[in-house]
Structures are given as structure tokens and as C-alpha cells.
Design a protein. Structure first.
Length: 193
């Protein structure tokens, strides 16, 4: 990791360490978005050990300061959810750009990170697809069981089908290598039948 990338990661991590929401990881109480950023970067590098610098940067800031834009800032329902998600993408892109400028990245690199943050050209952009695969893998590995516990079975099957459709063959292969709980295995089996 070069010095500039390391400094950007440090600033992203300092920013995400301010998350008031915490989760327990290996017995340690940690800021939720900081943990998410670390997991996403790890997933990206497992999928692509030679990931480009903009892809690595995008992975570390994908959900930066997410807690500042809570879901209830938009109406409930699908339309409100989609509007919230689009607003989040812009918020993350703008927040990450400020830090990248502070570190001294050129505008073309910043624009590329923002493009990845906003998932432009998914399916046709290999870096964007790698980021999406990594996001789906982090969900399946770390958030899947909690969502299963809080979601109706039919809706859960639909969520998995939509998640699977966003992934590439490489992402599918990586997902099939994960270890799942009995409940998660049952949902996956139904969704992918």
C-alpha cells in the first residue's frame, strides 16, 4: 500500500470510527461502519488481489458516515427506499471526495472513486462489478442471518434472488464457498431453485 492510499484509508477509518452504532466483533465493541469498511475492502481484495487503487479507495468509503442519512429521512415503501439509496450514493461520493482531495488525489481519481461509489456502469465495468460482488458477499457472510430473523420467508427469498442477480459468476462462486447457517442455507436453496 502506498503512502497516499494508506493516508486515505486512515482518514476514511477515522471518519467511520465516529459511528455511534456499534457491533460486537470477536468480543470487541466496534463502530459498525468502520467494521463494514474493513470487511468490504477485504472482500474486494479476496476477489481481486490486484484491485486498482480507485477500487480499493471506493471499497473503503462505500458507506462512509452512512448513519448521518438514516432510512427515515425518506418515506417508507419502495419509492422512498430507492430515493434514500440514491441520496446515499451521492452523499458517500461527496464525502469521500472531500477526503481524497485533502490527501491530494487528482480529480480523475476522485471522479473514478465517485463513479464506483455510485455504481455507475454495473455489469459493464469490471471494477464496479467487483465492488458489487464484494458488497453482496459481505451481506451474505455477515448480515444475512440477522435479516432472515427479521424478515418474512417469501420476502427473504426475493431479496436473495435480487442479490444473486446483481452478482457475476465470480461472485456466485465466492458466495458458494461461504459457510452458512441452517436457516441461511434453506433460504438460499429456495431462492436459487
Amino acid at each position: 500500500m502506498n503512502d497516499q492510499l494508506e493516508r486515505a484509508f486512515d482518514l476514511f477509518d477515522q471518519s467511520n470510527a465516529e459511528d455511534p452504532n456499534h457491533i460486537v466483533v470477536d468480543g470487541e465493541n466496534r463502530p459498525k461502519e468502520l467494521v463494514f469498511a474493513e470487511r468490504l475492502t477485504k472482500a474486494v481484495l479476496e476477489l481481486d488481489p490486484d484491485a486498482s487503487e480507485p477500487l480499493q479507495l471506493a471499497s473503503r468509503c462505500q458507506h462512509i458516515r452512512r448513519w448521518e442519512v438514516p432510512r427515515d429521512t425518506q418515506p417508507m415503501g419502495r419509492a422512498g427506499y430507492l430515493k434514500w439509496r440514491e441520496g446515499l450514493k451521492k452523499f458517500h461520493a461527496e464525502t469521500s471526495a472531500k477526503i481524497l482531495r485533502e490527501v491530494g488525489y487528482p480529480e480523475d481519481t476522485i471522479a473514478r472513486v465517485q463513479e464506483l461509489n455510485q455504481k455507475k456502469n454495473l455489469k459493464s465495468d469490471p471494477d464496479c462489478q467487483t465492488l458489487e460482488d464484494a458488497l453482496c458477499l459481505v451481506f451474505l457472510q455477515y448480515q444475512f442471518d440477522d435479516l432472515i430473523a427479521d424478515t418474512e420467508a417469501d420476502k427473504m427469498v426475493n431479496i436473495v434472488q435480487k442479490t444473486w442477480a446483481k452478482m457475476s459468476d465470480r461472485g456466485h462462486q465466492a458466495a458458494q464457498e461461504l459457510q452458512y447457517s441452517e436457516a441461511a442455507t434453506e433460504v438460499l436453496t429456495k431462492a436459487l431453485a
